[in-house]
Design a protein around this ligand. Structure first.
Ligand code: ZN
Length: 325
């Protein structure tokens, strides 16, 4: 790890790079412990011995073994790191999303394994350290959309259960907040009522930003904390600077992915797909800032630690979920 390694820039280079177990291991270690100091993920002890033949450590603190996977999205997975790396690469770089069927075929694993894998990767794509968008002098678009009919694709028994137990409606509302020339934030919200919409806005937009929305009543009362202006979509879509066309573009990407690829997203999982699209959007290449596939992969991989999710957490209580998409 002392000599800088040439990291892959294309899928082809990635496949070749990660087919080398030692290179893959060194790479994973450098991400897991960026300072180079290996610490036990259970007790944080730095006293351990490395068993090189098995690529694992024996911790002298808690007297247990640990691998590079412990405490990351890869924990407890029987799938090799070579497959994980390529899965991450494909998910973060496919603009319109990719289905678990395609991942399964590409990696030679079951669709169920691919489905679980993808949800873990989406966890790494979720932005935990959010900085508020906007600020004085910046323009922020806010809009909502409905992602509809997801429940239609479920078996009637499951649909009944999901809907009654989780109180989910057939259509789910999603709010989008976009700083022009900057990043987007999007989240599934329970309703389009004032407290839900404005709660998201106040949590994610810096005071004094200019905010542009449609004429929905729920947005009333943002002034004077913000410089809020509305465009009545019943009359027109653009009035000078006042429009939400930037978000329209984002909704288009999100819906294209959901319709074309994720044919049966359960309402319960919708936020994960939203996170995935937000990640790709916020890490896209622009004319001022080049970001390549290898960079996007690196960014996602730097979030692998402390994001563990179990099968039970992912599927709710039971394990009989329909794992489509
Ligand atoms: Zn330990």
């Amino acid at each position: 790890m002392s000599t800088p390694v040439k990291l892959p820039k294309t899928l082809q280079e990635a496949v070749s790079f990660f087919s080398d177990p030692q290179k893959t291991f060194d790479y994973a270690v450098s991400l897991r412990w960026p300072t180079g100091k290996v610490t036990c993920p259970r007790c944080e002890s730095t006293e351990h011995s490395f068993i090189s033949t098995r690529r694992l450590w024996y911790c002298k603190g808690c007297k247990k073994q640990f691998t590079v996977k412990v405490g990351t999205i890869f924990e407890d997975s029987a799938l090799g790191m070579d497959k994980w790396m390529i899965a991450v690469w494909m998910i973060v770089n496919c603009k319109n999303g990719i289905s678990s069927y395609e991942i399964a075929r590409a990696l030679g694993i079951t669709q169920k394994s691919a489905w679980f894998m993808m949800h873990r990767v989406r966890l790494a794509m979720h932005n935990k350290d959010f900085v508020k968008l906007g600020g004085p002098g910046s323009e922020v678009e806010v809009d909502e959309t409905f992602i509809g009919g997801a429940a239609r694709f479920m078996h009637s028994e499951r649909r009944k259960r999901v809907i009654t137990e989780r109180g989910v409606k057939d259509k789910m509302a999603v709010i989008g907040i976009l700083e022009r020339g900057g990043k987007v934030h999007a989240n599934v919200i329970p309703t389009r009522r004032k407290h839900h919409l404005q709660g998201e806005i106040r949590a994610h937009v810096a005071a004094k930003s200019a905010i542009y929305t449609d004429a929905l009543m729920s947005y009333q009362g943002l002034n004077p904390d913000f410089a809020h202006k509305t465009i009545d979509h019943a009359e027109r879509y653009v009035e000078g600077q006042i429009h939400t066309n930037g978000l329209e573009n984002f909704w288009c990407l999100l819906k294209r992915g959901l319709k074309g690829t994720y044919i049966a997203v359960e309402p319960f999982h919708l936020f994960r797909y939203v996170d995935e699209q937000v990640f790709r959007y916020n890490n896209r290449a622009t004319k001022d800032h080049f970001i390549g596939d290898g960079d996007r992969f690196q960014i996602a991989m730097s979030h692998i630690a402390n994001r563990r999710i179990t099968y039970e957490q992912l599927t709710g209580k039971g394990t009989d979920a329909v794992h489509q998409a």
